[in-house]
Design a protein. Structure first.
Length: 255
């Protein structure tokens, strides 16, 4: 058994660094350093499958965290901005009622907006995210249409219509035309860039449907005061009370 203190767990006990071989330890520490700098139960449970742990960080970064990344003239990652991605992640996770994703990405999203001086804007966005369609005043047109698409892909991808897909293309194109780095693209170049944005967004939604189910089936716990890192304190400090309360209401039926 580990010598490191460990909080409560249910179906799968999170592994600790002192239980792993050095190579897998390195993979765990890479995940910790890349995703917030703290020991986390995502990596500790994933450590049961070392190769998955070793490859997951770089793989996920390509469509979640990487900024606009170029190899010469070729853009390789970061086709959508981080703000819209975090809204998509949390919308998907709220539909799936995945506790670990909902709580952790509430912190990540609120921190992202706050660090950009947009905390007041973020509060209604996150508070109403579980029913975004009922609160159009909280979102831009692009956000509304992207979130509509997110909800349909999450619930049943067969529900997405050709008309909705064209609307998604339209709002992304209009948004891109206001971006100094994209506004001068030719019609053909812009069309390809929008295709890349939709591919990235759809992959993001699909990956979090996978991850949500993984967290829920294995009942991966939030890090508690008994763990090396007390996520619960960070969650309380960063996420406004009304959003935490809404999260609890949605997640309660999961327990």
């Amino acid at each position: 058994m580990t010598r490191i203190k460990q909080g409560p767990w249910t179906r799968i006990r999170p592994l600790q660094r002192d239980e792993l071989d050095p190579y897998t330890q390195a993979g765990m520490m890479t995940g910790e350093l890349t995703w917030g700098g703290n020991p986390n139960n995502l990596c500790k449970v994933m450590a049961y499958t070392p190769r998955l742990l070793q490859t997951e960080v770089e793989y996920c970064n390509t469509f979640i965290f990487d900024p606009r990344t170029l190899r010469g003239d070729v853009q390789e990652a970061g086709f959508n901005d981080r703000f819209i991605k975090e809204l998509v992640i949390s919308r998907t996770s709220l539909i799936n009622r995945a506790r670990y994703s909902v709580t952790h990405h509430s912190v990540i999203g609120m921190s992202l907006f706050a660090n950009a001086g947009r905390r007041d804007e973020a509060i209604p966005k996150y508070l109403h995210l579980h029913e975004h369609e009922k609160h159009p005043e909280a979102y831009t047109e692009r956000e509304r249409i992207v979130l509509d698409y997110t909800a349909k892909v999450t619930r049943d991808a067969h529900l997405v219509t050709d008309q909705e897909f064209q609307e998604l293309r339209r709002v992304l194109t209009e948004h891109n035309r206001k971006d100094d780095q994209l506004k001068n693209l030719t019609t053909e170049e812009m069309s390809r860039h929008v295709d890349a944005q939709i591919v990235e967004l759809t992959w993001l939604i699909g990956h979090f449907c996978l991850l949500n189910r993984w967290f829920t089936a294995l009942q991966v716990p939030d890090e508690s005061p008994e763990d090396e890192w007390n996520f619960a304190a960070v969650y309380e400090e960063v996420v406004p009370e009304q959003i935490r309360r809404r999260n609890d209401q949605i997640l309660r039926s999961e327990e």
